[in-house]
Unconditional design. Structure first.
Length: 75
């Protein structure tokens, strides 16, 4: 696959994650601010592990329709 196609595919997947989280209509600056905060979380930290576990549970949950958030994932 060409670099351009790989980049487009990656953006498509990331957009799907944003939509699955119910954030497709969120303010872009808000989203970027949140992502910058996430980038500060160390990959071995308890916070990282907790967020990753929450994400894994959300991926296993049934997908919702557009404009709907994922249900709260129990911690």
């Amino acid at each position: 696959m060409s670099d351009r196609k790989e980049q487009a595919h990656e953006k498509f997947l990331l957009g799907g994650i944003v939509a699955r989280a119910g954030l497709s209509k969120a303010d872009r600056a808000f989203l970027l601010g949140g992502l910058l905060e996430l980038a500060r979380v160390s990959s071995g930290s308890p916070e990282y592990r907790g967020l990753r576990e929450k994400g894994e549970k959300a991926f296993r949950a049934p997908a919702l329709g557009p404009d709907r958030r994922m249900p709260e994932i129990a911690e």
